[in-house]
Design a protein around this ligand. Structure first.
Ligand code: CU
Length: 519
């Protein structure tokens, strides 16, 4: 008797609602993250439009602050993190030869928390009293004052945190238990390694944020005074707790992208990754060091000199393992037969862009210099280079690299290159002038500015619209590849590492009915 395998899984809306399939959940994560990118992107255009010229034009100052806050929260928790959890869902089981994630039902839940959390977060802006205005760092006293919109935001952050902890547990359980026979840890593709380390980082960091958020909630509603100086508390305490989460959070965003670069650069250099083991150790030491640098975000609160020196040197220390990674990538390319297909362009553009952000990060780490840069547009320029370099470039590199595998169709290489170059021009036009604005003293999170800042702000605004308009090319490419086009082979990229290439393109709904052979 033959079995109809298609009858096993539902179709239509219930396929997506009740899915326990890692590929479907990966797709849900990616689609959700792109919707969030559009929401956050529209907010950034409102910000840049208001800053087109001095004075108050489009939005109220309060709303400007609240929307800037929500822009960051949407981009970090709604776009960047879910996008890479989506990639992990899609790729890790296929790369390590597992039939699915270890905890498929929990996987469904960790995704479906997200749309509700995001709805709360975005709705907060339209509540009486408005949304959160303390910045994405939700600093008190502003985050203790605010109306019900702030409660919406705090609850949303709790939910987003639960979702990413569940996702991390799943990734750890999968990598540690579900590898095909012969797939030892030191044979794993680097993307699986960086995600394994990132998942531990998430499990260590997110509960700290949850603690800070809970303390804010009890300060708001239950009469505690953790962060209220009048009641014997201290708002600086919040900054310490927040940044103990907040700095590792940066590496949560960055490390999976490093994993993507480590997959792509060897493929298009036609050489194995240089320094595999040192790449693993560098990733782990970046993760460890990220927990002992937090106060570099708060040099100006009045720390003892010994503290300032400690956080300055520990921060600079992170440049060592990061340098190891960049050295390994360059050595991988050295004397390789390099070609520059779209994924390689995004990977190299990402390493370069991240390095620019890394260097301005070193400048910010210098304590006395930071007294000048603190809370200026220099910081805004710095972290956008870091986050764009890793997250945006890493994500697009990954998508172009694996899209033929996912859809079974090749994408349009010429349009992909156009997408890369226009985005690169747009991003640099947006954020490079912000270095100069910050050095000249323009403060961040303020809807108005002094006349002499106008010109650089206008470059920046033009760049923002240019960048976002360029993304239309991507949507065109992605939708076209999903609908059809030239058939992709199973291997797609010759010599590429990872068991995903042994599956058909697109892969079957249930991959690896039989455990694959590992060389
Ligand atoms: Cu930091």
């Amino acid at each position: 008797m033959s079995v109809d395998h298609h009858a096993e899984h539902p179709t239509g809306i219930s396929r997506w609602l009740f899915t326990t399939n890692h590929k479907d959940i990966g797709t849900l994560y990616l689609v959700f993250s792109f919707i969030m990118a559009i929401v956050g992107g529209i907010m950034s255009l409102v910000i840049r439009s208001e800053l087109w010229q001095p004075g108050l034009q489009l939005v109220e100052p309060n709303f400007f602050n609240q929307m800037t806050t929500v822009h960051a929260l949407v981009m970090i928790f709604g776009f960047a993190m879910p996008a890479f959890v989506g990639l992990a869902n899609w790729m890790i089981p296929m790369m390590i030869g597992a039939p699915d994630m270890a905890l498929p039902r929990m996987n469904n839940w960790s995704f479906w928390i997200l749309p509700f959390a995001a709805t709360l977060l975005i709705m907060s802006l339209f509540m009486p009293g408005g949304g959160p205005s303390g910045g994405w760092t939700i600093y008190p006293p502003l985050s203790v004052q605010g109306g019900i919109g702030v409660d919406f935001t705090l609850l949303a952050i709790h939910m987003l945190g639960i979702s990413s902890i569940l996702g991390s547990i799943n990734i750890i359980a999968t990598v540690l238990n579900m590898r095909a026979p012969g797939m030892t840890l030191m044979k794993m593709p680097m993307f699986a390694w960086t995600w394994l380390i990132t998942a531990f980082l998430l499990i260590a960091a997110m509960p700290v944020l949850a603690g800070a958020v809970t303390m804010l909630i009890t300060d708001r509603h239950f009469g505690t005074h953790f962060f209220d100086a009048a009641g014997g508390g201290d708002p600086v305490l919040f900054q310490h707790v927040f940044w103990f989460f907040g700095h590792p959070e940066v590496y949560i965003l960055v490390l999976p992208a490093f994993g993507v670069f480590s997959q792509i650069i060897p493929t298009f250099s036609r050489k194995p990754l240089f320094g595999y083991a040192s790449m693993v150790y560098a990733t782990a030491s970046i993760a460890f060091l990220s927990f002992i640098v937090w106060a570099h975000h708060m040099y100006t609160v009045g720390m003892p000199m010994a503290g300032e020196l400690f956080f300055m040197y520990s921060t600079m220390l992170i440049a060592v393992p990061t340098g190891v990674k960049i050295f390994n990538w360059v050595s991988t390319m050295w004397r390789g037969s390099m070609t520059f297909e779209t994924p390689m362009l995004w990977a190299l553009g990402g390493v370069f862009t991240f390095a620019v952000g890394g260097f301005s990060g070193l400048m910010l780490a210098i304590t006395p210099a930071d007294f000048q840069y603190q809370d200026t547009y220099f910081v805004v320029a710095h972290f956008h280079y870091v986050i764009f370099g890793a997250t945006i470039y890493g994500l697009f590199a990954a998508i172009y690299y694996w899209l033929p595998k996912w859809t079974g169709h090749l994408y349009n290489e010429t349009l992909g290159k156009w997408h890369f170059w226009l985005t690169t021009i747009g991003i640099n036009l947006t954020f490079f002038p912000q270095h100069f604005l910050g050095l000249a003293g323009m403060p961040r999170r303020i809807p108005d500015y002094a006349l002499q800042f106008t010109e650089f702000n206008q470059w920046s605004t033009v760049g923002a619209f240019f960048t976002i308009a360029s993304q239309l090319i991507f949507f065109f490419i992605a939708i076209r590849a999903m609908k059809g086009g030239a058939k992709a082979t199973d291997q797609v990229w010759e010599g590429a590492d990872g068991l995903e290439w042994t599956l058909s393109s697109p892969p079957p709904y249930h991959s690896f009915a039989v455990a694959p052979k590992v060389k």
